[in-house]
Design a protein around this ligand. Structure first.
Ligand code: NAI
Ligand code: MG
Length: 497
């Protein structure tokens, strides 16, 4: 780890927090207290102790933020040349990089994740602004041939005010991946970060203004889902909602959007399979599996939470996997362990509930299977890296999103059974495969009903590659140039000459 980051992390660890975190909503270019005056604590999952307070938003704060975003559309932002929008996004990327260490420490305290992962997320956020900066002046329309006497063309207009409902697992990168294309398209935005992780969205909004974004273009209202999220997604002036989170809340958001016929992108998580065929590079596959389920303590929408493995290599592979899982270092994120805490006491209870229910059904736990604490302090909300081996296809551990460091193993006989197992849940976000057989890899890619397929590297790709789900995992695509179209409304003009 870089010396400056190491110093900041050590300081934050010994003091249990950092100075100067914003504590208000960010509305019309300034931090403001909640209208009703309320606030709430954010807790460091690595200690279970509060380290900051944030404004508790409600419908009045949301109304202020949405009016601010509406005014900003009609102001200088709406008249700005696309290239100038692109320059501001480029400047934002540079400012995120310049402030990366402080952002990473804040993210680490709020989410719990290892500081190295947090820094990666911050750099990913910078990269999102850089990527979409280049798109701002390339949102070209088309001309449509109708013959000599008619001229027809299309124009990409910004949809208007956009809402961004962000979960707690990747706060800064999820915020950046939807804000950057929205801004590239010329939209304005109101962001509602998760109640357990509001810090970096606020810091990001302030950096955007520092980069030259006019006041009011990006607003952040902090607070709880029911109080701040619900009025935002129900607001008639919001013309697009990007929601990332649980299926149940996504369904609620979709119903609210129906009342105003608001456009919607839903990214709702999954139960993604990682298939290991007998012919694979098994060492590479082992690293892939460990990263797929234990990064961010398994709290990843696209986590490879099901290992689907051919019987002939299963026993030896799981033996190695169990040894590696047992040896992973656990600790406070600021000490950069391999596995950090789970984000909240509620999420820890949820993870524990799944595994305890499995034990009660008589299932054996191959490794892990209990809550734990930071070995240095005895504090925090940790869960041991866990493997449940050789599960039936209909077991809840196979079917349900646990969102924790719990891997379900399914043993299959042959390639076709592996494809069937991969498709065997209601989710359809990601599917990974490790094989040396190109034909099998591409047949798998053809036959799995998911938004993205990873071959021989789980989580392969970056901001350039479209990302989203099928079936219960949602719809719409983020990342890639494709994502900008979510924030554009297409107008066609036909002229009789
Ligand atoms: P959630 O879906 O309730 O929360 C996500 C975001 O939605 C938060 O910002 C929350 O404040 C907001 N929200 C909640 N109710 C809302 C409403 N009525 N209207 C508008 N916004 C609302 O997720 P939660 O309760 O934090 O986690 C529950 C489970 O969801 C997790 O155990 C995990 O399985 C899944 N999840 C999936 C994520 C993904 O990346 N797809 C991210 C986070 C959670
Ligand atoms: Mg927190």
């Amino acid at each position: 780890m870089n010396a400056d980051l190491q110093r900041l992390a050590a300081e934050a660890l010994s003091r249990g927090g950092i100075d100067g975190l914003p504590d208000g909503h960010f509305i019309d270019g300034a931090f403001v207290a909640a209208r009703a005056g309320g606030s709430f604590e954010s807790v460091d999952p690595g200690t279970g102790k509060a380290f900051a307070r944030f404004a508790a938003g409600d419908a009045d704060d949301v109304a202020d933020a949405v009016s601010s975003a509406e005014r900003a559309l009609a102001g200088p932002w709406g008249r700005m040349k696309p290239a100038e929008r692109g320059r501001i996004l480029t400047a934002a990327a540079a400012l995120i990089r310049a402030n990366a260490h402080r952002l990473a420490v804040a993210e680490c305290l709020d989410v719990g994740k290892p500081i190295g992962e947090a820094l990666g997320d911050v750099m990913g956020a910078a990269r999102a602004f850089e990527y979409y900066a280049g798109a701002a002046d390339k949102l070209e329309g088309e001309t449509i041939p109708l013959g000599r006497d008619t001229f027809a063309f299309t124009v990409n207009e910004p949809v208007g005010v956009t809402a961004h409902i962000v979960p707690w697992n990747y706060p800064i990168s999820t915020t950046a991946r939807s804000l950057a294309p929205a801004l590239a398209a010329g939209c304005t935005a109101v962001v509602k970060p998760a109640e357990t992780t509001p810090a970096t969205a606020l810091m990001l909004a302030a950096l955007l203004v520092e980069a030259g974004l006019p006041a009011g273009v990006v607003n952040v209202v902090t607070g709880f889902g029911g109080e701040a999220g619900a009025p935002l997604v129900a607001h008639a002036a919001v013309r697009h909602i990007t929601f990332t989170g649980s299926v149940a809340t996504g369904q609620r958001v979709m119903k609210a959007a129906a009342d105003n016929v608001t456009r919607l992108t839903l990214e709702l998580g999954g139960k993604s399979p990682l298939v290991v065929l007998a012919d694979a590079d098994l060492d590479a596959a082992l690293e892939g599996v460990l990263g797929a389920i234990y990064e961010n303590a398994g709290q990843i929408c696209s986590a490879g939470s099901r290992l689907v493995i051919e019987r002939s290599v299963h026993a030896a592979f799981v033996e190695k996997l169990v040894a590696r899982a047992a040896a992973l270092t656990i600790g406070h994120g600021l000490r950069n362990p391999q596995v950090g805490p789970v984000n909240s006491a509620a999420q820890l209870a949820k993870v524990e509930g799944f595994v305890e229910a499995a034990k009660a059904r008589g299932l054996a736990v191959a490794v892990g299977g209990k809550r734990t604490t930071d070995p240095e302090t005895g504090l925090g909300w940790f869960y041991e890296p866990t493997v449940l081996d050789d599960l039936a296809a209909d077991d809840p551990i196979v079917q349900e999103e646990i969102f924790g460091p719990v891997l379900a193993v399914q043993v299959v006989d042959g390639f076709e059974a592996a494809v069937a197992a991969a498709n065997g849940t209601q989710y359809g976000l990601v599917a990974g495969i490790y094989t040396r057989d190109l034909s099998k890899a591409l047949t798998f890619a053809r036959d799995v009903d998911v938004g993205q397929v990873y071959v021989n590297e789980y989580f392969a790709g970056g901001i350039e590659v479209p990302f989203g789900g099928n079936r219960l995992s949602g719809f719409g695509r983020e990342k890639g140039l494709q994502a900008v179209t979510s924030y554009c409304k297409l107008k066609s003009v036909a002229v009789r000459l």
